[in-house]
Design a protein around this ligand. Sequence first.
Ligand code: A3P
Ligand code: MG
Length: 419
Amino acid sequence: MDRHHNRGQPNSDGHQNRFSQERSSLKRGREHDRGNEIHARRVRPNESVSPQTLRVLRQLYDRDFPIYKQPVEVGFFSLDSKRNFWNDARLLRYYVEPEKCPNFNLRDGYRDRFVKRDDGIKEKLDHILRWILANSHKMQSKDATCPLGVDFVTWRGHLTKLLTTPYETQEGWSLAVSKLAGTLYISEVETEYARRNRDNRTERHEEMMYWGYKFEQYTCADEPQASPDSGGVVNTNEAFCTVVQTRLAEHKLLFSGEVDCREANPQAPPAPACYIELKTSAEIHTPKQRSNLHRYKLLKWWAQSFLPGVPKIVAGFRDNDGLVVHMETFKTSQISQLIKTEYNCWKPTVCMNFCSDFLSFVRKTVTEDDPRLVYLFSWDPHKDVTFTIHRDSEYTFLPDWFVKEITRLRCETHVPPRA
Ligand code: A3P
Ligand code: MG
């Protein structure tokens, strides 16, 4: 269980029910407009301005755990083998528990039964936006200035990156933010570093990326009573995504994340408590390797599952030839206890407070409601978070079909109800 001192009441998962505070620093950054870089004006000492950077030192965020409300599933969608959107759960799969030493061969099918999603196609927030339009009746708030009734819309994966930022030493990120009808939309932009890595992956790395999906095929069935079909094709276009709503401190969030599978038992608790995250990892032989799992992998696994309230992570440990030799289950709520014996280890509270402060920083910065205006927040390891501003640029990511519909919704919200 995540045990943190806080002013709210944590429940058994560490998700809670009240507020905390914010923090930031004062420095000027740079602005970009129509591709031309404009240096921002100097700040006089007494001038009241929004901070231009956010610092990322761990010790700045080591305080009481912020309120993080139990995430509520407000919907779901599926993406089929051709990446078509469906407003239903047709791609949801059911967990089938393997033996303790299942000897799954994760290399099987890599050459002849693998359809890989084209990761050069950037879908941005499009699937979530489609879900919002198909389900706007579920979300409409009475507040005309914010018809969706949420402060932020994003992917769970983007939030995972924010949570792990204070501990990340390798990979930076770039997040584009636009405000539309009172809601801030956050969409990742691939960094140069990430694109180079993607273009230069070794054949071994390419194959190892397949192993995680193959493991899912060995442990999931398409129907609650069915068995896995390890002879089928692994198609990484297919996905089932949950859409959850929650609140982090004062920030109301709506985000979506891919869910690997659910408990097959129909009596299992309702989503997201019935969901299971599947992982693979290298087999552990030494205390040092166990320690590395705790220090690095469990941080990412915890952040990814804690955010949407997925309570269970099932890991298959494999040898260097891709043979799964050992299974282990981690309860998301127990990971913070498990890592406490590690010297100078990561802390959930630092992750959550940094994310909360970043969202506060974004809210203070992105005040203009205009979908063609993008604030690009960027961070590199050992640096502060900075931002640049872009109008009608390559970074604009909210599509016209969405902007039109939301604008129409906003107008509807303005119409006073008939007597
Ligand atoms: P593992 O989780 O077993 O590593 P997820 O675990 O998030 O559901 O992702 C499923 C699989 O996608 C991963 O399995 C891994 O094979 C692949 N994958 C996801 N993110 C990746 C990344 N950033 N780099 C490489 N592979 C990744
Ligand atoms: Mg997984």
